[in-house]
Design a protein around this ligand. Structure first.
Ligand SMILES: Cc1cc2nc3c(=O)[nH]c(=O)nc-3n(C[C@H](O)[C@H](O)[C@H](O)COP(=O)(O)OP(=O)(O)OC[C@H]3O[C@@H](n4cnc5c(N)ncnc54)[C@H](O)[C@@H]3O)c2cc1C
Length: 385
C-alpha cells in the first residue's frame, strides 16, 4: 500500500510513524511545503511543547458531543501509553504534560528522526496543489511532480500563525472539491479592550479570576494569570476566554469582570485592607499590587476606604473591543465541517481520502488540548487503515 500525507505537522508526523511501524512494507510519503518539517511544533508551549493534558475532558473542546466518544475510547492513559511505546518520556506541571526534555525543538527533532528511522519518506519544499481521485487511486499534484497513492491523508492545518507554515491555503483546494467549511476565526488570542486607562499597565501580570458576560449571561469563568497589553489583555486564561467568546458567534458587548484576589472573599479582603491601612496608611497597598495596578485601582474606586478599594479590586470591569488576528492565534476556530467525515475521519465524499488535525473544525483550550487532538486524529485514522 502507498499512503500520501499532506503536511508534516504533528498530526501528519504522528500518523506517518504509526503507519510505517505497523505496515513496514507500505510506502508512506509526507509532503511539506516548507523547508523545515513540523515548523509550528518548534514554537509550541512557549518552546516547551505542552503536548497533552492529563485532564482531557470533552468540555475543553468546541464540540464536546463529537469529542466525548473519542475521549472515552482513547482516554489520557491510553495516549500516554502510545507515546511511551515510541520511547517518548514525559514530565508534568499539574495537568500539563511535556516531553521530558521540556524542549519543543528537541521533541520535533525526535519525531522526525523516529520517522526517518522507521522509513517514512519526506518530500519538503513541495506544495501539494491539488489531487484527483481516480477509481481506487488518488493522484497528488505538486508544484514539482505528480505521485499516485492508494490512500491520501490531508493534514494541512488551519490558519493560525501563518509564518509557521499553516496558512489555510489548502482550504481553497478542498472547497473546489465541494467540501463545506465552518467560518474560520483566530482562536486562543489576546483580547483588545475599549478601556483606554489600561495603557500604563502594559507588561503588568497578576493572578486573577476572569469572567466573561454577554449581557447578564456568564459565558466563561476561569482562574489564571493575566498580562496587560497597551491595547488589551493576554495570558492563558484570556486565550481560553477568547475562544469561549468567539467559538459560536461574533458577539458584541462582552464584558470581562476581573477579580484580582479570588482566594479571598470580599469580606476577607476588605478586613485585610482595613487592618493594613491602619498599620501603614501611606504604603499598605504596596504589599498588594505593583504601583501601576494600585493607581489603576485607585482611579477606578469611588473612595479610598477599604470597602471601595476591595470593590474595585474584585470587580475590574473591561469592555471587549475585539480579538487579535491569526498572526497571534494558537488555533483556528472553525475549519472543515465535521459533517464531511465519518467516525474514522474518512471523507464522506471521496473514497480513500482522510482529513486530520487542525484542518477539521476541532479546537481546544490552551493546555495541550490541540496537540492532543493532533495525536487523537492520527490514532483514529491509523486504527482504520
Ligand atoms: C505559537 C503556538 C504555540 C502552540 N502551543 C501549543 C501547545 O503548547 N500545546 C498544544 O496543544 N497546542 C499548541 N499549539 C497548537 C498546535 O501547535 C496545533 O494545533 C498543531 O500544530 C496542529 O497540527 P496539525 O498537524 O493539524 O497542523 P500544523 O501543525 O499546522 O501542520 C500543517 C502542515 O501542513 C503544511 N502544509 C499546508 N498546506 C500544504 C500543502 N498544500 N502542501 C504541503 N504542505 C502543506 C504546513 O506547512 C504545515 O507544516 C500552538 C500553536 C501556536 C501557533
Amino acid at each position: 500500500m502507498k499512503i500520501g500525507i499532506i503536511g508534516s505537522g504533528p498530526s501528519g508526523l504522528y500518523l506517518s510513524i504509526f503507519l510505517k511501524i505497523k505496515h513496514p512494507e507500505s510506502e508512506v510519503v509526507v509532503f511539506e511545503k516548507e523547508s523545515k518539517l513540523s515548523k509550528k511544533l518548534y514554537a509550541t508551549g512557549n518552546g516547551h511543547c505542552n503536548l497533552l493534558n492529563k485532564n482531557l475532558s470533552k468540555e475543553k473542546y468546541n464540540h464536546p458531543e463529537f469529542m466525548g466518544p473519542i475521549l472515552e475510547k482513547y482516554p489520557y492513559p491510553f495516549l500516554e501509553g502510545v507515546l511511551k511505546s515510541l520511547g517518548i518520556e514525559l514530565t508534568y506541571n499539574g495537568d500539563y504534560v511535556y516531553p521530558l526534555s521540556e524542549s519543543a525543538p528537541a521533541y520535533a527533532l525526535y519525531l522526525k528522526k523516529l520517522a526517518e528511522k522507521v522509513g517514512v519518506t519526506f518530500i519538503s519544499e513541495t506544495r501539494v496543489t491539488d489531487y484527483v481521485v481516480k477509481d481506487s487511486q488518488i493522484e497528488a499534484k505538486t508544484d514539482k511532480k505528480t505521485q499516485t497513492f492508494d490512500k491520501l491523508v490531508i493534514a494541512t492545518g488551519g490558519k493560525s500563525d501563518p509564518k509557521l507554515g499553516s496558512d489555510g491555503s489548502f482550504y481553497e483546494v478542498l472547497k473546489k472539491h465541494g467540501y463545506d467549511f465552518v467560518e474560520s476565526k483566530p482562536g486562543l488570542t489576546p483580547l483588545t479592550l475599549n478601556d483606554k486607562d489600561i495603557k500604563p499597565l502594559a507588561g503588568v501580570r497578576h493572578k486573577a479570576n476572569v469572567k466573561a458576560f454577554l449581557g447578564k449571561d456568564k459565558i466563561f469563568e476561569e482562574n489564571g494569570e493575566i498580562l496587560y497589553k497597551n491595547d488589551g489583555i493576554s495570558g492563558i486564561v484570556i486565550f481560553n476566554a477568547e475562544s469561549a467568546i468567539y467559538r459560536h458567534s461574533n458577539p458584541k458587548d462582552i464584558e470581562l469582570v476581573v477579580d484580582l484576589f479570588p482566594d479571598w472573599t470580599f469580606e476577607e479582603l476588605m478586613n485585610r485592607l482595613a487592618h493594613d491601612e491602619a498599620l501603614n496608611s501611606k504604603f499598605y497597598l504596596d504589599s498588594y499590587l505593583v504601583e501601576p495596578l494600585q493607581k489603576h485601582i485607585l482611579a477606578r474606586s469611588r473612595g479610598t476606604d477599604a470597602l471601595c478599594i476591595a470593590t474595585s479590586m474584585k470587580n475590574l470591569r473591561y469592555s471587549v473591543k475585539d480579538h487579535y488576528g491569526f498572526d497571534y492565534s494558537q488555533v483556528t476556530i472553525g475549519g472543515l465541517s465535521l459533517d464531511e467525515v465519518d467516525e474514522n475521519l474518512s471523507s464522506k465524499k471521496e473514497k480513500g481520502v482522510y482529513l486530520i488535525g487542525e484542518l477539521l473544525d476541532v479546537d481546544g483550550n490552551c493546555g495541550g488540548y490541540n496537540l492532543a487532538w493532533s495525536l487523537l486524529s492520527a490514532i483514529i485514522v491509523f486504527k482504520s487503515l
